[in-house]
Design a protein around this ligand. Sequence first.
Ligand SMILES: [Zn+2]
Length: 116
Amino acid sequence: MLKQISYDTCPCCGAVATEWKREADHSKKKYREHAHGGLWETVKFACGRTDEASPSPVRVTTKTKCPNEPEIAEQMVARHKAMQSVFEHIDGLEVDAHFKRRMADSLHMLNPRLFV
Ligand SMILES: [Zn+2]
């Protein structure tokens, strides 16, 4: 467990923490510490949520939201529906099958989770 992030499960879904990090100082031998005390820390949970803490004033922010938050879950459903609609549109185009497959492959490369 970290000094400034005192929880070890995701506050949204309860997934366990899988990574804990403290930012190292320039020498890489000690942790970077603020002049008033306090560290820069990061914790990552099994669900994908990532929280970061910074000192002076101590502040914990969520860098990557939990995919189980209702607003994120709704957003993912809408994005998958939109992608499915585009796949169906590509399938109906009057172009050769090779080009259709290349267009669909390009869309498959787009990860809806990357823009949360
Ligand atoms: Zn979570």
